[in-house]
Write a protein that binds this ligand. Sequence first.
Ligand code: SF4
Length: 269
Amino acid sequence: MATDSIYDVTGRIFDIQRFSMHDGPGIRSIVFFKGCYLRCRWCCNPESQEYGIQQLTLGGKTKAVGRDVTVREVLEELEQDRMYYIRSGGGVTLSGGEAMAQPDFAYALLKACRSAGLDTAIETTAYADRDVVERLIPYIDHILMDIKHINSQKHIEFTSRPNEKILANAQYIARYCAQHSNDLTIRVPVVPTFNDTAAEIADITRFANELPGVRQLHLLPYHRLGQDKYAGIGREYSLSEITPPSNEKMHELAEAARAVSSLHVQVGG
Ligand code: SF4
């Protein structure tokens, strides 16, 4: 690492969201990292994908997306809500983008949170080299890991990357979590035309069910909340032809998952 102190390590984020209830247990602050290896066609944060600082125009207003911060600065912001974390069993969640795509910053931030006694979580797709996963995982209390599709070709078609590295990392992470009693939840974004058949969800669930230590599977319905942001950064939204799955459909898929596993399956995060 280029600096002596973890508190001086610099990273690039695009937001810190306070008082979140859906990104790990309790009330949490979410640190959104800039940059992701994947290009999921349904991504609701398209401004997170590029590491470079971008201009986003929404409602006639343009703002820069992305800022460089030190771990010290982020920690100071996170500390403001310490009482909420303690009272609710919450803490800090690294999200993005992909936190594992900035491994030095993620490592330093997680370590600083641990030193400060803050509970830590990560939302990740774990498309990362194994040494990155090994370095970060000892400092993460709760892992919320996406598995989007078992078929690698389809994974490439909708996310731009194959899934072998992700599935191999999922096995490593699950073994680690089982041995160290860390909390691992598998999440599946359910996207029409990509993975919204009972057979596709069952395939993902079977894989998750074989992982040691996984108890929860969350099916997250596709939504269009980020659609306007594509135009806002000068890109086309490629999924405008599809509509979000109905509640009925999501419950059918949840039943398909329950039929092939002993996992606790829920719709939504
Ligand atoms: S992994 Fe997440 S942040 Fe990255 S492109 Fe996919 S949905 Fe967006």
